[in-house]
Design a protein around this ligand. Structure first.
Ligand code: SAM
Ligand code: SF4
Ligand code: SF4
Length: 337
């Protein structure tokens, strides 16, 4: 029998996001601005990353806790060598029902088929524009749309369900809301808009740069009428809509203007094994040290119970109430989005 462990606000732990690498082939301006993450930036050396054996040991403990969903992220997770081996091994863990990867899609052309064969259930693909000039600016590396669209095509050919995620930031890509909606409407892929968040310390976040959910929906609804849908499951972060003409679905992740902390069942594990109970935490819990000090499974379980039962994070709600923001927040590329 798995222990039912709820945090201080009654939330169980259901969803674990694992960053498998902190490096990335992009430098998105809202995530890894090139002036900070330049050639001198010190990424984690390989021996500091959790090994696949270590990740699997932890996944087994989390699964006993009630975690059913694993999302592999980064950095760019497809840059981690032999990711398909990790997926194959996670697939074998009792209790894990869903494995997803969040990626910028560029390496999917080479990897989609083998990831699917290893047991991957679906992909979340990040794409912030459908016009080259905007996209090249946004990804900070001058990459054009084509390699991403090819990656999406490869995922489709491999039979992987796709969600396309677009971070919307005023002054960066709000011009792309309608073109993206038009482009993905008939593809069968779900397009999700994400409000620009103040993760990390370097992305220059302020409330004026957030395009609120209502503005996004109103704009699309005016041209292509929408009907709201119910959530698929407890804790789903996106508000869902379908087009009135029956073709296609979109979602909006309104992390800033409509906080969803009250149903937040997620924990995040960084590539070097720090566990974070909130995206906006400034420190984590060192599970790598537990693994490398030969803690038994029981000891790690006890530690996790102590961490989760002590959790009271509700950062986005606190921010909306006007509480001051923390300094030294963890970077998104490190903690995994
Ligand atoms: N490199 C992969 C990718 O881009 O899909 C995975 C890691 S990335 C950190 C995960 C997600 O975080 C992406 O969908 C990205 O758009 C999102 N993200 C990064 N910085 C963000 C920010 N400041 N506000 C909102 N979402 C952000
Ligand atoms: Fe890389 Fe993803 Fe961050 Fe863009 S959002 S810089 S692709 S980790
Ligand atoms: Fe969860 Fe923290 Fe985001 Fe709230 S702010 S939804 S607690 S990760």
């Amino acid at each position: 029998m798995e222990p039912y462990v709820a945090d201080q606000l009654g939330r169980p732990l259901k969803d674990l996001r694992i960053s498998v690498i902190d490096q990335c082939n992009f430098r998105c301006t809202y995530c890894m601005p090139a002036e900070i993450f330049g050639p001198d930036y010190a990424f984690l050396p390989e021996d500091q990353l959790l090994s696949f054996d270590e990740i699997i040991r932890l996944v087994k403990v989390f699964a006993k806790f009630g975690v059913e969903k694993i999302r592999l992220t980064g950095g760019e997770p497809l840059m981690r060598k032999n990711l398909d081996d990790l997926i194959r091994r996670i697939r074998e863990v009792d209790g894990i029902k869903d494995i997803a990867v969040t990626t910028n899609a560029v390496f999917l052309v080479r990897q989609a088929k083998k990831l699917k064969e290893a047991g991957l259930d679906r992909v979340n693909i990040s794409l912030d524009a459908i016009e080259d000039e905007v996209f090249q600016e946004t990804n900070g590396r001058g990459v054009k749309i084509k390699p991403v669209l090819k990656g999406i095509e490869a995922a489709r050919d491999a039979g992987l369900p796709i969600k396309v995620n677009m971070v919307v930031k005023k002054g960066m890509n709000e011009s792309q809301i309608l073109p993206m909606a038009r482009y993905f409407k008939d593809t069968g892929d779900t397009l999700r808009f994400i409000e620009f968040m103040e993760v990390g310390n370097h992305n220059g976040w302020n409330m004026d740069a957030v395009v609120p959910k209502k503005k996004i929906i109103d704009q699309i609804h005016e041209e292509m009428p929408l009907i709201p849908l119910d959530a698929n499951y407890y804790g789903e972060v996106a508000s869902r809509y379908r087009y009135k003409d029956g073709e296609g679905e979109i979602g909006v992740i309104s992390s800033v203007t409509e906080a969803f902390c009250s149903s937040c069942t997620r924990a995040r594990l960084s590539a070097d094994g720090q566990l974070f109970t909130c995206l906006f935490a400034s420190s984590g819990y060192d599970l790598r040290e537990c693994l490398r000090s030969d803690y038994s499974e029981e000891q790690i379980t006890e530690y996790l119970i102590a961490i989760w039962t002590g959790r009271s994070d509700q950062y986005s709600i606190d921010r909306a109430k006007g509480k001051p923001m923390k300094e030294n927040k963890i970077e998104m590329s490190y903690i995994g989005g």
